[in-house]
Design a binder for this molecule. Structure first.
Ligand SMILES: [Zn+2]
Length: 315
């Protein structure tokens, strides 16, 4: 099987790359199917995202103007989530840690119980093809909203989520603001993750891992600026779940060939390769592997090592 993956990359055979098992442990349900699928439902095309957006603010301009009007309701969200499962299956993803933002509860008259039923049914419906591990998503700007914080605590108690992730603007709240939530998630046996180091800040990566006792970091590419932080991540085996096309399009990285994933890998930091928001960035996990190979960032053997390590990390 491994040899097939190496041959498939060398031959630029995307179909064969897709056929090999992979994981996606950094993606967000709200934007996780291809834009083309949504265009088909809507019956018209949608403006493409710019090839370069100015960070998270630039991305949110695009989301608010083009995508959100079609998604901000229960039907839109559920259609995307189901379609995302089909996209992942088609791409050879066998394990998917997809985050579901706590604010999605607002689409359900019966609240968390009803969202939970949808998630349970989604896991069950795809069980034979893919191991979906729903992830609780919490945006930093929600940390001072007591209602949402209480809801997030209830979500942990519900038992449906297997991991937790914190995201959005880093300056919106310090990691200490969600420490009780993360302690609760830890006690519930969940995997702990947070977006950090997407736009620089090696020290902040280490600090956040320490404050929240993180198992893994979403992005974390800023760590490549510090040999000390990379050594620390390597020694503690803190995995960085990296989304190369997202980093390039949001201008955290100038182009794929210059992506710091190479430096992180060479310094012994565990890395995985993921999609982030397929609706915006447009590259499946298989395509991300292919792109990194074609840009000369990794050899086919190294990409296969990364792929196999991501599968072995499963419990
Ligand atoms: Zn992300």
């Amino acid at each position: 099987m491994s040899i097939d993956f190496i041959e498939a990359l060398s031959a630029n055979n995307l179909g064969a790359i897709k056929a090999v098992p992979k994981t996606d442990v950094h993606c967000h349900a709200f934007l996780s199917t291809r834009r083309e699928n949504m265009e088909r439902w809507l019956g018209h095309s949608l403006t493409k995202p710019p090839l370069k957006m100015k960070g998270l603010d630039g991305m949110h301009v695009y989301i608010d103007e083009v995508l959100a009007p079609h998604l901000e309701h229960r039907q839109g969200f559920e259609r995307v989530a189901v379609s995302a499962m089909d996209d992942a299956v088609q791409d050879g993803v066998v394990m998917l840690e997809m985050s579901f933002d706590i604010r999605l509860v607002k689409f359900y008259p019966d609240g968390l119980t009803e969202l939970r039923s949808f998630l349970d049914a989604l896991v069950e419906r795809y069980r034979e093809q893919i191991n979906l591990r729903p992830e609780l998503g919490f945006a930093r700007e929600c940390a001072d909203d007591s209602k949402l914080m209480r809801l997030a605590h209830e979500a942990i108690e519900s038992g449906v989520y297997r991991s937790i992730d914190l995201y959005s603007h880093q300056e919106a709240c310090p990691p200490e603001a969600v420490q009780p939530l993360y302690k609760k998630a830890r006690a519930a046996g969940m995997k702990l993750k947070a977006h950090i180091g997407e736009f620089g800040g090696a020290e902040e990566v280490q600090r956040t891992v320490e404050v929240l006792d993180l198992d893994e970091v979403q992005h974390g590419i800023g760590a490549a600026e510090s040999a000390d932080v990379m050594r620390w991540l390597s020694e503690n085996q803190i995995q960085l779940n990296i989304c190369p096309t997202s980093n390039v399009m949001l201008d955290a990285v100038s182009d794929l060939a210059a992506h710091p994933i190479r430096i992180l890998y060479d310094n012994g930091v565990p890395v995985t390769i993921n999609t982030d928001d397929l609706m915006i960035f447009g590259q499946s996990v298989s395509e991300e592997y292919r792109n990194l190979y074609q840009a000369g960032v990794f050899s086919a053997q190294e990409l296969d090592d990364i792929r196999r390590a991501s599968l072995e990390a499963l419990d």
